[in-house]
Design a protein around this ligand. Structure first.
Ligand code: GDP
Ligand code: MG
Length: 497
């Protein structure tokens, strides 16, 4: 520092205060506000602020007087005139208003206005003084005066305000006090911020939220995986039971229908019946196949999967080989039947001829011929009926065997298709599980990243606090001591140092 600078510093109270703080804690951030040569008037709504501004402007032509709102951000006044009405008691929110305007200004003058209209203004002033002092210790020394800037009658009375302002601004060490106050505010704000950052209340809530989200993602993932596997297993088992029951039922109902048909079949329609049986059994197999397709599609949909419901049907329907009814191979039996039939016919013919011989001997020749004819007819009839009945039995047996075969085929088909569907669904489920696992993992990773960032930020903030807070507190204690205020926290820190 040159001699000229040193001299300037000695004479400039602001520089003196800055040097004082720098001496206690070098490198601490100085207040950046711009001190304007302005007196600011503030106060609650309708307290008489505007009236006070206009009167003071007249009475103090060498000073700029304005309302707080007219200052631009970053500008701070030389002095603050706090106007409260004698008509209303001072409230805490009014005090907060003053606090905002006078954060960097130590020169504060309390004014109770409208004293011309309120005779008990002194009581209101005492109350205002007490309320403000209780609001913050710094306001304990604020001088209070009464004024009437716009009285209903007579001339304005603001002499005490003007006198107090002149005293404070010209007589005292207002520049020094204002700078100290500015420092006090700045140091307090910085200390609070550094401490607040390190305590990180907001961050702690967020970290808790993140941890809860993370746990939830992991839990959901585990649950949905096992739940889906269990659901798939049980639905497939159900499908297997239901579908083979369906196949069995279809076959047995077709079998009883066909048996009924066979029982009333005439020999002429045998060939037709054979084709009919083929068609019916083919239709049953197709029906069962369709049932399986539909059922498996339902299962897939229920599980939220999308296998091709026709999967497994791609295998062509099995060729039904139910053979033909063994109607032809009956030579021996026919021979036997012919012999028996002939015997029976002969018996009938002989019996009839005996009867006719007794009844009308003269018609013996015709009787013999007739009896022979009846005997032959009886023989033919017996042989035919016996043949038809036997064929029906054969047909019925054939139908039974054919439906049995078809039942086995249908059941086997159900089994194969369910197995195929199960493996397709399981594969798809595994794929889906994998996709979900990947998604969950990336979500968890993102949460972990954020958690890590928070942890790092908290650690940084704690380090900043450890580095900066003692110095800030020390400087604050010094500034407060200069302002004549006690500072328990700062004093303790200062004692420790
Ligand atoms: N009787 C009386 N009325 C006043 C006085 N000062 C202001 N008023 C009245 O109080 C009301 C509000 O005044 P104003 O200066 O606009 O207050 P502001 O809202 O705080 O700016 C107006 O009706 C003024 O006439 C005063 O000293 N005596
Ligand atoms: Mg106004």
């Amino acid at each position: 520092m040159t001699t000229v600078d040193a001299a300037a510093a000695n004479s400039d109270p602001t520089a003196q205060v800055d040097a004082l703080v720098a001496e206690v804690v070098p490198g601490v951030r100085a207040p950046t506000v711009r001190r304007c040569d302005v007196v600011v008037v503030t106060g609650p709504w309708l307290a008489g602020v505007s009236s006070m501004v206009s009167v003071l402007t007249e009475r103090l032509p060498r000073r700029l007087v304005m309302e707080a709102a007219e200052l631009t951000p970053g500008e701070v006044p030389l002095a603050v005139v706090f106007v409260v009405s004698a008509a209303a008691a001072l409230t805490e929110s009014d005090c907060a208003l003053l606090d905002a305007v006078a954060a960097h200004t130590d020169v504060v003058i309390g004014v109770v206005s409208k004293i011309d209209a309120h005779r008990h203004w002194r009581q209101m002033q005492a109350v205002a003084r007490q309320t403000l002092a209780e609001y913050a210790p710094r306001y304990r020394g604020v001088p209070w005066v009464g004024a009437a800037a716009a009285p209903q009658r007579g001339v304005p009375h603001v002499d005490d305000v003007v006198g107090e302002l002149v005293d404070q601004l010209e007589g005292g060490d207002s520049d020094r006090r204002n700078r100290l106050r500015s420092w006090e505010f700045q140091l307090r704000t910085d200390a609070d911020r550094v401490d607040h950052d390190a305590r990180a209340h907001g961050r702690r809530t967020r970290v808790m939220q993140l941890q809860e989200q993370r746990d939830e993602v992991v839990r959901q993932r585990r649950m949905s995986k096992s739940e889906r596997a269990i659901a798939l297993r049980s639905r497939i088992a159900q499908a297997r039971v239901q579908l083979s029951h369906f196949a069995r039922k279809r076959c047995s109902s077709v079998r009883s229908e066909l048996a009924e048909d066979a029982a009333g079949m005439s020999r002429r329609r045998f060939a037709e019946f054979e084709t009919y049986v083929h068609d019916r059994l083919g239709a049953v197999v197709a029906e069962v196949d369709q049932g399986v397709t539909d059922h498996l599609a339902d299962v897939a949909q229920e599980l939220g999967l999308s296998i091709d419901p026709g999967a497994g049907q791609a295998a062509p329907s099995p060729q039904l080989d139910i053979g033909r009814p063994p109607l032809a191979s009956r030579r021996l039996e026919t021979q036997l039947m012919a012999v028996l039939g002939v015997g029976f016919g002969l018996g009938v013919a002989l019996t009839l001829s005996r009867i006719f011989a007794h009844l009308a001997p003269e018609l013996a020749a015709i009787g013999v011929a007739g009896c022979a004819g009846v005997g032959v007819a009886a023989t033919v009839w017996v042989v035919r009926i016996r043949g038809l009945l036997r064929d029906r039995v054969v047909l019925d047996r054939w139908v039974g065997e054919a439906t049995n075969g078809v039942r086995l085929v249908a059941q086997e088909r159900v089994g194969l298709r369910v197995v195929a569907a199960e493996s397709a669904l399981t594969a798809e489920l595994a794929g889906r599980n994998e996709t979900e696992a990947a998604r969950a993992a990336s979500r968890v990773a993102a949460l972990d990243r954020e958690l890590h960032e928070h942890a790092a930020a908290t650690a940084r903030a704690v380090a900043v606090r450890e580095r900066q807070l003692p110095g800030l507190r020390l400087a604050l204690a010094k500034v407060r001591a200069e302002l004549g205020e006690s500072d328990p926290v700062g004093a303790a820190v200062a004692a420790d140092e």
